[in-house]
Ligand binder design. Structure first.
Ligand SMILES: *Cc1c(COP(=O)(O)O)cnc(C)c1O
Length: 382
């Protein structure tokens, strides 16, 4: 019945984890789920109020515009200016998305012909690879190795492959690894992309989830970035809005237009009231995000310490919602033991690609009391 493109799909990682979790629950285990990166903190009240008001506005009850409200795109451009010092033309360089996953998944349809290559990191968010395959392209893996700071080694890419590549996907701060990229890497990436005529797709939903004094970067801060790159940003992680489905892609105007062309033939835009609430989110006072960061920083500290004490090999992330720990051997087996012995659900690294094998990912998007309970259980395992 099914087309090849879905017949050969591996089961979506989180569906398999859900099953194991469900089975443990049925056995009566009090399961602490540290497997999914879905903020538990509520969406700030002023954003919900903005939605309430906007839902009553009849102009929001009809089809929204394909590219998104100009007011939302302008709010996003202003946010980029304030956050990164990056100037964007809201008319041509910003497109509203129904969450960034939607834009990432549709993007290859605009640029990939059958047989074209997209360079995708491994381990990674699975969408880069599946979306490339859906478009008939060939995903070619760039291993993210610890000895390279979990950055792709651009010099190791076969020039024959680079010449066939249309897209390169990157994601820093990174899910699942928690690693960040510096200016030097983005510089090299942009130069590499220019040399080979490749479009850079930078997935950047964690730019505001950082713990150092030093903020995270937008690739668009780099000179010449707009010639080759777009960046996906999302309100999901920054403002605890995963359920709202709103984000954007910004940067190179032609690339933005290409994605817009695909979208206008598939969906009919983001509910206007959600865009109005998105404007309220993007205009939030700094303290809103600072508060969220403070909660996450505490969780990272206590869970990091517990994992170190347990003897796991890991680095403290400077950003993101994830701890990426080396356990050696089969990550699925280790995750199974952790569920059995401690009732803690984690994501086996191999689920993010073969170079994730030997690692497991802990997410901190559970209430702090639950993370404290997880820490107690881990202490008992020592
Ligand atoms: C959460 C996440 C996204 C997308 O989130 P949306 O809710 O679709 O905006 C994209 N990429 C990565 C790596 C993520 O972790």
């Amino acid at each position: 019945m099914y087309a090849d493109r879905i017949k050969h799909l591996p089961p979506y990682l989180f569906a398999a984890i859900d099953k194991a979790k469900q089975e443990a629950k049925e056995r009566g285990v009090d399961v602490i789920d540290l497997s999914v990166g879905d903020p538990d903190l509520p969406t700030p009240a002023h954003i919900i109020e903005a939605l309430n008001r906007a839902a009553r506005d009849p102009s929001n009850h009809q089809y929204p515009s394909y590219e998104g409200k100009l007011a939302f795109r302008k709010a996003m451009a202003d946010w980029y200016q304030r956050t990164f010092g990056v100037s964007l033309d809201p008319g041509k360089e910003v497109l509203t998305l129904i969450g960034s996953k939607e834009g990432i998944a549709h993007a290859p349809l605009a640029f990939i012909n059958p047989g074209d290559v997209a360079l995708v990191p491994d381990p990674a968010y699975p969408v880069y690879r599946t979306a490339t395959a859906f478009a008939g392209g060939e995903p070619v893996v760039m291993p993210l190795l610890r000895e390279n700071g979990f950055l792709p080694d651009l010099e190791a890419i076969d020039p024959a492959i680079a010449k066939r590549a249309k897209l390169i996907f990157v994601n820093y701060p990174n899910n699942p690894i928690g690693a960040s990229a510096d200016r030097k890497f983005f510089r090299e990436l942009i130069d590499f992309a220019r040399d080979y005529g490749i479009i850079v797709m930078h997935d950047n939903p964690y730019s505001e989830v950082y713990y150092d004094d030093e903020r995270s970067l937008s690739i668009l801060e780099m000179e010449g970035a707009k010639d080759v790159a777009v960046e996906f940003h999302s309100l999901s992680k920054t403002y605890n809005m995963t359920g709202w489905r709103i984000g954007s892609v910004v940067g190179n105007a032609e690339v933005v237009a290409g994605i817009g062309k695909i979208k206008s033939n598939i969906d009919s835009g983001t509910f206007g009231a959600v865009q109005d609430a998105g404007i309220a989110a993007l205009q939030s006072p700094r303290e809103v995000v600072d508060e969220t960061r403070k909660v996450y920083r505490h969780r990272i500290e206590i869970l990091y310490k517990a994992l170190k004490d347990l003897g796991l090999d890991l680095e403290k992330p400077r950003a993101t919602l994830y701890l990426w720990a080396w356990v050696g051997g089969s990550s699925i087996e280790y995750a199974g033991r952790l569920l059995e012995k401690a009732g803690i659900v984690v994501t086996p690294g191999v689920g993010f690609g073969k170079y994730g094998e030997g690692y497991i990912r802990f997410s901190i998007t559970q209430p702090t009391e639950r993370i404290e309970q997880a820490v107690e259980r881990l202490e008992k395992m020592r």
